[in-house]
Write a protein that binds this ligand. Structure first.
Ligand SMILES: [Zn+2]
Length: 146
């Protein structure tokens, strides 16, 4: 999959009719989060509340036909090709499809659904401003106004 540095602006295009919200524009000025290549830029742990919001975003705000399409975890791939059990471990390579969009204020954070795999399996820690957005969403959910 295409690696994009965290918080880099990019134009995200998808088929709006297939998204979680048909009113979401088909072309979005987006901010990239979690478009990792073969390395984890920052390691750490999300709080359980942040992880819960992230899981909800990936489940509820899923966009399937994004142009960046099908993702294979290059970190898993690098581990496999660098190891001795080259063939037996291929089945463990994680692949995912689709992207998710978190709207926060005027910002659209677009992430691959693979971000959950990166967080859980590779201890990827997203940028602070994105974690802050997750905290804000969590606070909104607790107050019953998502
Ligand atoms: Zn992986």
């Amino acid at each position: 999959m295409t690696a994009i540095p965290d918080l880099q602006s990019f134009v995200y295009r998808h088929v709006a009719a297939f998204g979680f919200d048909p009113s979401l524009p088909g072309q979005i000025d987006a901010v990239a989060v979690g478009w990792l290549g073969s390395t984890v830029p920052r390691s750490g742990q999300l709080t359980s509340a942040q992880l819960a919001v992230l899981e909800r975003v990936v489940a509820d705000r899923h966009v399937d036909t994004g142009e960046l399409g099908y993702h294979t975890c290059e970190i898993c791939l690098a581990e496999v090709s660098g190891g001795t059990e080259q063939h037996s471990r291929v089945a463990t390579i994680h692949e995912g499809r689709g992207d998710a969009v978190l709207c926060h204020g005027a910002t659209y954070y677009v992430m691959p659904s693979m971000i959950l795999h990166y967080v859980r399996e590779h201890e990827y820690l997203p940028p602070d401003e994105f974690l802050f957005a997750l905290d804000q969403v969590n606070r909104g959910l607790r107050q019953g106004s998502p």
